[in-house]
Design a protein around this ligand. Structure first.
Ligand code: HEC
Ligand code: HEC
Length: 327
């Protein structure tokens, strides 16, 4: 009996020791993942962004593009930029889901023991990291996942990296149209599971999935039901569906299912445009089954997409040859 007790006690000690060493290792790995400075290219862009030069437009003063032309037409360039930015935020990039409806700060996830992550205040009020942000800082945070202090952020910038300069500028114009609010959110806290996910490489800061020297397009492709425009829109889905759209494990919350394969090897191959549109916009498949989290987060965005955007996405996915999921 005594030996058995001693054996059990030793086993408990051993388990505690293994857990302790494991936790120490995971904490170190998580700290070294986030305590780094990442350098990116420096870009600059105006807010509001000038309208594109129309093909065949007259040479001369109008060749700049441009603001002058837009004003002549009676359109206020800032109001036009804010309206475009609103659509981008509400139908494509989900900034308000994590930063709050009025951008004064919000919750990305409150899921201990995985992590607690808050989207900071973007209004420029007290406690907002963006009060003195230049366009280069906005580029670094949004399209590269690198904060004003040079450290990697936990925000999903892989989905934002292909945003054009005009789109980012429009989003900044829209966010800046909200009044400054004083609010400071808590910094990121990683729980033990979050630390293990990072140590195992299952969860990585988006900065590690972005090319920090690649130039950004000045303008998005024109909005039409084309594969080219669809490819631009689908770039906002790569964080989960992967660069080659074969889907698979997402990382993050361990209860999430793998993301669907969106190439011809997956369910889109059997969908009509109507099916695709209704699945994205209602979250329910024609057979009555419901989409699971986190794909459900995309549904309110898709509901605000235009029919042209949904059709462009559909055409793009239908153009992808079959490829099996890697993992
Ligand atoms: C899924 C949630 C999520 C979405 C969507 C999201 N963010 Fe964030 N964002 C965060 C979190 C969380 C942080 C703080 C990150 C950290 O501390 O690691 C952050 C940080 C930032 C920062 C501050 C960088 C700094 O220097 O502190 C800016 C600017 C920003 N986000 C802008 C945006 C914009 C613009 C969009 C939409 C295009 C957006 N975010 C979409 C979660 C999100
Ligand atoms: C936050 C992660 C995430 C993002 C972002 C995301 N998806 Fe998904 N998606 C998933 C997951 C997970 C599934 C599998 C859901 C299920 O099994 O119910 C899925 C499934 C799908 C399906 C298959 C539905 C079916 O009938 O099986 C389509 C189509 C789809 N996504 C399209 C998109 C498009 C288009 C975008 C970008 C606009 C996008 N997704 C962005 C995670 C995501």
């Amino acid at each position: 009996m005594k030996t058995l007790l001693r054996f059990a006690g030793g086993l408990v000690l051993l388990v505690l020791l293994v857990l302790g060493v494991g936790y120490f290792w995971a904490s170190r790995a998580a700290a070294s993942t986030f305590d780094r400075t990442i350098t990116t290219h420096e870009v600059d862009f105006p807010v509001p962004y000038p309208a594109p030069v129309m093909a065949g437009a007259a040479e001369g003063e109008a060749a700049e593009g441009s603001l002058a032309g837009a004003e002549e037409d009676g359109v206020d360039p800032l109001a036009a930029a804010v309206a475009r930015g609103e659509h981008l935020v509400r139908a494509r990039y989900a900034c308000a889901d994590c930063h709050g409806e009025d951008f004064s700060g919000g919750v990305m996830m409150d899921a201990m023991p995985v992590a607690r992550a808050f989207g900071p205040n973007l209004t420029g009020g007290e406690g907002s990291p963006v009060a003195s942000f230049s366009p280069a800082d906005w580029d670094r945070a949004v399209r590269h996942g690198v904060g004003g202090d040079g450290r990697p952020l936990i925000m999903p910038s892989e989905d934002f990296q292909r945003m054009s300069d005009q789109e980012l500028s429009d989003i900044v114009a829209y966010i800046n149209s909200f009044p400054a609010v004083d609010n400071e959110t808590e910094p990121l806290t990683l729980g033990p599971i979050g630390k293990f996910l990072i140590a195992r490489g299952a969860l990585r800061p988006s900065a590690d999935g972005v090319d920090h020297d690649e130039a950004h397009e000045p303008y998005p492709p024109s909005a039409a039901p084309t594969e080219v425009f669809g490819a631009h829109l689908a770039a906002a889905c790569v964080g989960c569906h992967k660069e080659d759209y074969t889907g698979g494990e997402i990382g993050g919350d361990p209860s999430w299912p793998p993301a669907a394969n969106l190439t011809a090897a997956g369910p889109v191959a059997d969908m009509s445009l109507d099916d695709f549109s209704s699945i994205l916009r209602t979250g329910v498949r024609p057979d009555g089954t419901e989409l699971l989290e986190p794909m459900t987060y995309v549904v309110p965005l898709a509901r605000r997409m235009t029919d042209v955007e949904v059709e462009a996405l559909y055409r793009f996915f239908r153009s992808l040859p079959a490829r099996e999921t890697d993992d």
